[in-house]
Write a protein that binds this ligand. Structure first.
Ligand code: IFM
Length: 481
């Protein structure tokens, strides 16, 4: 008789994730300087409703309560990011003690509750001065399209490693560099809001370089037990049909969404088809001798962030609308492919982001990355969904999210059964927070946040997830806790 529940391997890490700009607030406290997201969100028209991260979930002041939430839910791991401008204001030079003290105290509190911290060094909040430069003849800035930013990142990585290295074992360098490069500098729907396809490709390379230099800096500063990885958001790209033209569209998007990072990071090369597809945008002369040895650092794990698959075809003559889930806008985040590829809505129910629910994409990616990076353990470093949650009588009932999580955890289990070495799962997100260009309009949390009062209320999905985490077993059928 088949087991009633799906059992996860012993030691599987059950966690939840957040990011600094999305939850911390305290934007001008204790020496923190603005990041590109402060500048962007304060620019009229860039973020829905004019929302900013100035206060967010006020986590900078409520972190003890938030750690207690994690502990009450029985979660064993917490992935958070460090705010670069909080610990190294302006992105160069000396560290800010008070910023580092905040993260030290947070980590100590997590450890005191038996919660394993996973630190992400960069979740999109580049110090603004590294983008805009210093007025009056100081360093020029230029952001990720410039090589200096990668070098500054390595310095910053060393600072954080020096402060937290004695107590944190799990580290990721970058979160979703695709978004930083292609939404930040291509479509411009993310900070810093530039719309220059060549700059987006330069940014991608310098993010790859930053990952390599940062991983080296971590390795040099951390004890041998440290585990260093990176969190990518690979696209599960599917062709609309099996026609050669649609397969070619799939190849193009796979190159721009996935291989532009996995090539340099895992294989030490940019694939020839990527270079050829983008040749009219850039000659890639910014890739210097030796860079691709730096980008390919030994990885102790790979973080996979997954939400939804993408379906592509050769561009239809009518120029089909773009359903790539990346916020529309007049500019494409796909340099060299914009006029050649159409994006279609994948089948499936939609979340509040209009992202189709399809857990098979997660299973496919976990198996694909197992094949691409043999012997490298995987973590699902983000997965979750936004729904229009509303409190009723003091409770928040979110059965859609339970179904979403159930489907995706089943997919993780299936991938493990088929040979993927998945070591843990971090639900995105612990709590509702600032969802970038959508401001506070989209709620991804397992915990509801009332932004007026900052009151936190665990949703029914949080209780459901807590039970799964406590038992290490997923019921075969969804039943809400
Ligand atoms: O909120 C984001 C997160 O910051 C990065 N990954 C995707 C999430 C949902 O859009």
């Amino acid at each position: 008789m088949p087991d009633a529940n799906l059992r996860f391997p012993p030691g599987f890490l059950w966690g939840a994730a957040t990011a600094a700009y999305q939850i911390e607030g305290a934007a001008r406290e204790d020496g923190r300087t603005p990041s590109i997201w402060d500048a962007f969100s304060h620019t009229p028209g860039k973020v829905l409703g004019g929302d900013t991260g100035d206060v967010a979930c006020d986590h900078y002041h409520r972190w003890r309560e938030d750690v207690r939430l994690l502990a009450d839910l029985g979660l064993k791991a917490y992935r958070f990011s460090v705010s670069w401008p909080r610990v190294q204001p302006t992105g160069r030079g000396p560290a800010a003690r008070r910023g580092l003290d905040f993260y030290r105290a947070l980590v100590d509190e997590l450890l005191a509750h038996g919660i394993t911290p996973m630190v992400t060094l960069y979740h999109w909040d580049l110090p603004q001065e590294l983008e805009s430069g210093l007025p009056g003849g100081g360093p020029a800035g230029g952001g990720w399209p410039e090589r200096d930013t990668a070098e500054r990142f390595a310095e910053y990585a060393g600072i954080v490693a020096g402060a937290l290295g004695d107590r944190v074992e799990l580290w990721t360098t970058l979160n979703e560099p695709w978004c930083s490069a292609f939404l930040g500098y291509g479509s411009g729907v993310h900070a810093p809001g530039r719309t220059d396809p060549a700059a987006a490709l330069r940014a991608a390379h310098h993010l790859n370089l930053a990952h390599g230099l940062g991983a080296r800096a971590l390795r040099a500063a951390l004890p041998a037990r440290a585990r260093i990885g990176v969190s990518l958001n690979p696209s599960a790209v599917r062709p609309l049909t099996s026609s050669p033209a649609d397969l070619d569209a799939r190849r193009r998007i796979d190159a721009l969404a996935n291989r532009v990072f996995t090539g340099p990071m895992l294989r030490g090369a940019y694939d020839d088809d990527l270079l050829a597809d983008t040749a009219r945008v850039t000659d890639w002369a910014f890739v210097r001798d030796g860079d691709l040895d730096v980008t390919r650092q030994p990885l102790d794990f790979l973080g996979i962030n997954y939400y939804s698959p993408a379906v592509v075809s050769a561009a239809s003559p009518s120029g089909a609308p773009r359903h790539d889930g990346h916020g529309g806008g007049d500019h494409s985040p796909w340099p060299g492919a914009d006029s050649l590829v159409s994006f279609h809505r994948a089948p499936g129910e939609l979340t509040a982001m209009d992202w189709p629910v399809d857990p098979t994409g997660l299973k496919d990616l976990l198996l694909e990355y197992t094949a691409q990076a043999p012997g490298v353990p995987l973590y699902v470093t983000e997965n979750g969904a936004a729904y229009d949650d509303k409190p009723e009588g003091g409770a928040v009932h979110d059965p859609d999210r339970v179904r979403y999580l159930h489907g995706h955890l089943s997919a993780v289990h299936a991938a493990i059964r088929e040979g993927a070495d998945v070591r843990g799962y971090f639900l995105w997100s612990l709590m509702d927070n600032f969802e970038w260009a959508y401001g506070y309009s989209k709620r991804f949390g397992a915990v509801y946040v009332d932004y007026e009062t900052q009151r936190r209320t665990p949703k029914s999905s949080a209780r459901w997830y807590a039970k799964v985490a406590a038992s290490g077993e997923l019921p075969r059928a969804v039943a809400e806790g």
